[in-house]
Design a protein around this ligand. Structure first.
Ligand code: UDP
Length: 453
């Protein structure tokens, strides 16, 4: 049997983590490595990826995970204890096979996996699922640049390579640390030992965060390897994959694409707040009224759990102008030429996907790293505008409509579209043969292939 370098890729079982980790595993497999993808029992059946072996491990909550845990702390602690044991067992299972595991590549929310790798004598590599800039913010906080909680009177703050940040730009884990103490502790635990990893992969690309690329490479063994998107979108392969292959919800088939096919280019607004954010009911109403008032076609992803926040008359009133779906293949929608604006929460995957597919954004960040991503969208990459909140923390309908107009019509819109096309090209170049991310991946693959028959 052929001997190959073997990576075990371990994900946190949330959609925004499964997508980049799985895609990275697929990418490594396409370059000749054996790739095994490890995920929890209750997500394993949702994952179908050519060339990647998918195997279950346990987080201690095999009947559905996080939602059954009494708290975030309890969940992360259980994943650490039970996960360490079951990931170890999986790696040992391959020990006497023709391809024993050479490297454990793990999600940045699972810092304990480095100990598993060390214990078993295999390489340990983390994949950061935030931007490099956000990672740098956490690092500087860890170094004591600003005390926690971050207070408005100590702002704006300047981190190297990042524009001055105000309170509304701060990741919520820093602005409200008491509300997110378990996540923040996990992030800080990871940040503290980044220099001990064999590789620190970041789902971004050097051209997008160039100053950070330089600053980080002096600190850690960083390799920027993104955007890790399915091949159809970034390599110019017509027959490539158009989805990640690990959807936790059932996408609505071709309904969106068929509907988009009937609309002229750049006329449709796509609205999605990702897989986790719970939008305030008042905010949902404001978005609904803004969409009705904008006189544009739209597709709005409203997850089943959010559905009862929609105004009662809304669905019956949008018959001709909009589609509300519970889940879709977001990449296929963003890649459709009819889409002209993405109202987004600025999760890092959604932000990278919009950048890579050249779709201008209206940023409406909710929590976690999203406020910082929104800052970059508006002020650094200049591919969108950010909706301003009122004193209640709501982006009102007039403001949403104003943002839509800015992105879809007029002088500012032209500039935004020019920038969006530029980043689309840059992203494609980074991951195509000879591009910065492609070269960085190749360096890693070469190390793992060395000495194999
Ligand atoms: N997504 C999708 N269909 C949808 C909504 C979202 O496939 O209807 C995908 C999207 O393409 C992205 C992921 O779900 O890859 C969401 O990740 P992100 O980091 O944007 O946000 P999170 O869900 O982590 O808040």
């Amino acid at each position: 049997m052929e001997k190959r370098g073997h990576v075990l890729v371990l994900t946190y079982p949330a959609q925004g983590h499964i997508n980049p980790l799985l895609q990275f595993a697929k990418r490594l497999a396409s370059k000749g490595l054996k790739a095994t993808f490890a995920t929890t029992h209750y997500t394993v059946n949702s994952i179908h990826a050519d060339g990647v072996d998918v195997r279950p491990i346990s987080d201690g909550y095999d009947d559905g995970g996080f939602k059954h845990a009494p708290s975030v702390e309890a969940y992360l602690e259980s994943f650490k204890t039970v996960g360490s044991r079951t990931v170890t067992e999986l790696i040992l299972e391959f020990k006497n096979s023709p391809s024993p595991v050479d490297c454990l590549v793990f999600d940045s929310l699972l810092p304990w996996a480095l100990d598993v790798a060390r214990e078993l004598g295999v390489y340990g590599a983390v994949l950061l699922t935030n931007s490099a800039s956000v990672c740098s913010m956490y690092w500087h906080i860890h170094q004591g640049l600003l005390g926690l909680p971050v207070k408005p009177e100590n702002l704006p703050v300047v981190f190297p390579g990042v524009p001055p940040l105000g309170f509304s730009d701060m990741p919520s884990f820093l602005a409200q640390p008491a509300d997110h103490s378990a996540y923040l502790a996990t992030i800080m635990e990871k940040i503290e030992c980044l220099d001990q990893h064999d590789w620190v992969f970041v789902n971004t690309f050097e051209e997008l965060e160039s100053e950070l690329a330089k600053a980080m490479s002096g600190l850690w063994p960083v390799e920027m390897v993104g955007p890790v998107l399915p091949s159809a979108y970034v390599d110019g392969q017509i027959e490539g994959d158009t989805d990640y292959g690990g959807s936790l919800w059932k996408p609505n088939g071709d309904q969106c694409l068929n509907w988009l096919d009937t609309k002229p280019p750049k006329t449709v607004i796509y609205v999605s707040f990702g897989s986790m954010a719970q939008i305030a009911a008042k905010q949902v109403v404001e978005i609904a009224r803004a969409l009705q008032g904008s006189n544009k076609h739209f597709i709005w992803v409203v997850r089943e759990s959010e559905n009862d926040k929609l105004p009662i008359d809304f669905i019956s009133s949008i018959d001709q102008i909009g589609l509300v779906v519970a889940w879709c293949n977001q990449l296929e929608v963003l890649a459709h030429e009819a889409v002209g604006c993405f109202i987004t929460h600025c999760g890092w995957n959604s932000t990278l996907e919009a950048l890579s597919l050249g779709v201008p954004m209206v940023a409406m960040p909710q929590w976690s790293d999203q406020p910082a991503n929104a800052k970059f969208v508006e002020e650094v990459w200049r591919v969108g505008v950010r909706g301003k909140k009122d004193e209640e923390g709501i982006v009102r309908r007039e403001e949403v409509e104003r943002c839509i107009r800015l992105v879809m019509k007029g002088e500012k819109s032209e500039e935004i579209w020019r920038n969006a096309s530029k980043w689309k090209e840059n992203a494609k170049r980074a991951v195509s043969k000879g591009g910065s991310s492609d070269k960085n991946i190749n360096k890693f693959v070469e190390v793992l292939l060395k000495g194999k028959g």
